[in-house]
Write a protein that binds this ligand. Sequence first.
Ligand code: TXA
Ligand code: MG
Length: 348
Amino acid sequence: MTEVIRVEAQRPSPAEIARAAECLRGGGLVAFPTETVYGLGVHALDRAAVLRLFEAKGRPAHDPLIVHIGSLAQLPSLVVEVPESAKTLAARFWPGPLTLVLGRSAAVPREVTAGLDTVAVRIPSHPVARALLEAAGLPIAAPSANLFSRPSPTRAEHVAADLNGRIDMIIDGGPTEVGVESTVLDLTTTPARVLRPGAVGVEELRELLPDVQVHAPTPELSTGDAALPSPGLLSKHYAPRAPLTLYHGSPAVLVEGARQALSRGLRVGVLATSEDAAALRDVPVTIAQLGPSRDLRGIAARLYAALRELDDQRVDVILTRDLPEDEGLGRAIRDRLRRAAVRSLPGA
Ligand code: TXA
Ligand code: MG
């Protein structure tokens, strides 16, 4: 049985938070909102609990977890050294959606870091996450609270849809604000490298660390009009159940793709900006709205919920169109679209 606790996002009830903190201290699995997406938290120094977390999510053991802390004072015990760059970045971006990869101290179980000598750490800014970290008085290891490879949860309902019955508690603090995950920055290499583009833009990082590189391997996507693969065979990230095709080019390219899929008798879902939705006015597709293409914050906030909406509507295929914007949040959104997609089709 998974218990759902409702709290106010800005002023969570201390009594409810205390119960969740108690559950964590006892080795329980507690999902909670952060400013980016919901996390599935566990006592980071409790090996057995960490193993249960991997099991609940169906996450492969080789994928390391982010350790969430409530204050900078907790950092030195988790890492071998706090470099100057980490202090500078923490002063500017913490609490907030930046994850720093540093040398792991012996205090952090290998189960958390998937055997790596490094550990990923962040201080989240969401009031519920902060209250929970303070009440628990522990570092909390927390991956996104979805089943492995599914879109990250931005609402408590998404967590329940994936993990109900598999975890102890869900703290429902309403929808998350940012909608895409934290930026992961590796400070153990020179120059520092962005391993996952996210809520903090690379340009913002470069204001403090000018030589930051981006090393976010984009998965290979097939091009061409091959038959759609079975979604069951995919080991993609952030992916809806229906196979997603990413189009490049004008809305007309998307409209043509939608007509072709319809002519094959498929139920077609489209993850659509307002511009795309307007172009598809007369085409009988199921639309999940992302809002205007210029509003990157709005798109990020709606992205994962929109993918889940289309799955709930039981569409056979999902089509979407790439964004032109490669700065700031645009980079993170495009990265997630690529990882969710099974194929990518060039524009006409
Ligand atoms: O916004 C977020 O980061 C959310 C919230 C809950 O904090 N968490 C999240 O966790 O997205 P997860 O587990 O879904 O993604 C963590 C990412 C993975 O890509 C993982 O490979 C990477 O961080 N990571 C964790 N530890 C690492 C390490 N030591 N070295 C390199 N990458 C690491
Ligand atoms: Mg995740």
